[in-house]
Design a binder for this molecule. Structure first.
Ligand SMILES: *Cc1c(COP(=O)(O)O)cnc(C)c1O
Length: 451
């Protein structure tokens, strides 16, 4: 009989995360201070983030970093996640490709975000912090953080992008169920929020804006640390649990991926599944192809520029070396809220610059069409974010159909879409559209990038 799902026992769980920085041929450029232009060290970042996260952020030496036992214990609530062979999707596409997906939707919060929320809250607690704060778009990160904070006995405050809160009201209920205080952003509760509302009273909010508010709260509240659900190196590090498990599970299936694909917001689920396999490209001569699927309406990987830019709209963060559309870029209100971010993480940006991976941009309607096919074949309703990865693997699978090549395709199902049914409803009613950004639009927002 054909095996469909591959599961690891608790005793087989990886006990260390993989730090690709140690193996990169060219290390990421450092974050720098906007005024002095000096590279930032651990001490410069540690007033905002938990100290251990800052150490991990800048660690270019250790290839494997042990997962604390307390975090492993919490991982066991839902890990390992299954590796699944998508036989029904293969059949629907009539492709000779072997399609596998890592199902990160099967945890209490329904997305991969929890993999980093747990260690970030654990380190904060260890260091004597009592409160954590963050921003969230669609709400997956905020929900994961609220859960992790409650698990480790911390208070949490979450700024949620206003438009996303309206689109997905139940996510704020989930955050509040886990005890978080939730505020729609931009809000009048911070200086950054007030400034933005003064300039544009109808600002729909963006991740960049909400980050500004959360960072301001963290820096003005005693014993409060800021946490981030994506973009930064340590977040991608924590997410490598996905790819490290997948590596063992692909071996159980007797296969190795020719191509690895994930959707791309800031890069954490992509890095999570890709880096452990990229390690074998860097060290063992493997030739796996790595593709990041971004929305056509927010195309930093395919149409942005590699520059030092701010991570947030108000310009509170350090300058980060990233592929960016400019920190003033306002993404269209697509339903894949987790992909509405103007820049890419530092590691990924360097990897793209060095030709070790590439991006593809996916129109919104193609992503929903792909999500629907996946639901109707594999029985899982994907998050609109994850549907971008599905659209990209369908493109690859159809190429295989043309060429007759049975390539092995692995993708990350970053989350389920059960909180996104209003988006599916609009799609089914024919009310959604594509949003292609003009070259002129990108040229303009790139002017907000400091020289
Ligand atoms: C947040 C999120 C993403 C995008 O974030 P990355 O850091 O790029 O992974 C993708 N999918 C889901 C389900 C998310 O919640």
């Amino acid at each position: 009989m054909k095996q469909k799902r591959f599961i690891l026992q608790e005793s087989e769980l990886p006990t260390a995360w993989y730090n690709i920085q140690a193996d990169m041929p060219v290390k990421p450029m450092p974050p720098i201070h906007p005024a002095t232009r000096q590279p930032l060290g651990v001490d410069d970042l540690a007033h905002i983030f938990p100290h251990e996260c800052c150490v991990q952020e800048l660690d270019t030496e250790h290839d494997f970093i042990p997962i604390p036992d307390e975090v492993l214990e919490k991982y066991k609530a839902y890990r390992s996640t299954p590796l699944v062979r998508a036989y029904a999707l293969e059949e629907a596409l009539q492709t000779p490709a072997h399609i596998y997906f890592k199902n990160e939707s099967v945890n209490p919060l329904g997305s991969h975000k929890i993999n980093s929320a747990l260690p970030q809250c654990y380190y904060a607690k260890q260091e004597g912090t009592t409160n954590v704060t963050t921003e969230t778009g669609a709400g997956q990160w905020g929900a994961a953080l609220a859960y992790a904070a409650s698990v480790f006995g911390l208070e949490s405050a979450v700024y949620q992008v206003k438009i996303s809160m309206q689109q997905k009201p139940y996510r704020s209920s989930i955050m509040r169920t886990f005890g978080a205080a939730v505020t729609a952003s931009p809000s009048m509760s911070t200086r950054a929020g007030k400034d933005i509302i003064t300039r544009d009273p109808h600002h729909p909010g963006s991740l960049g804006t909400a980050i500004s508010e959360a960072v301001e709260l963290a820096t003005t509240t005693p014993n409060c640390k800021y946490t981030l659900g994506s973009v930064l190196n340590h977040v991608g590090l924590h997410q490598t649990i996905i790819g490290l498990e997948a590596e063992k599970q692909m071996a159980m299936a007797g296969e190795y991926p020719d191509v690895v694909i994930a959707c791309f917001g800031g890069g954490s689920n992509f890095g999570g599944i890709a880096f452990p396999f990229m390690r074998h490209n860097l060290k063992d001569g493997k030739t796996t192809e790595f593709i990041a699927a971004e929305p056509e309406s927010c195309p930093k990987l395919t149409r942005g520029e590699f520059r030092y830019d701010f991570g947030d709209e108000a310009g509170y963060t350090p300058l980060l070396p990233m592929f960016t559309l400019g920190h003033s870029f306002k993404p269209a209100n697509i339903h894949a809220g987790g992909l509405r971010y103007h820049g890419a993480g530092m590691i990924i940006s360097q990897l793209i610059k060095d030709g070790l991976m590439h991006g593809v941009d996916i129109p919104q309607l193609e992503s929903f069409e792909a999500g629907l096919l996946f639901a109707r074949t594999e029985g899982i309703i994907p998050a609109p974010e994850s549907s971008h990865a599905i659209a990209a693997i369908i493109r690859e699978a159809l190429k295989c159909k043309q060429s007759g090549e049975p390539r092995v395709i692995l993708f990350n199902l970053s989350g389920h879409g059960l909180m996104d049914m209003s988006a599916y409803e609009q799609y089914l009613n024919g009310d959604l559209m594509n949003y292609r950004v003009s070259d002129e639009g990108i040229r303009q927002t790139l002017q907000s990038v400091p020289e």
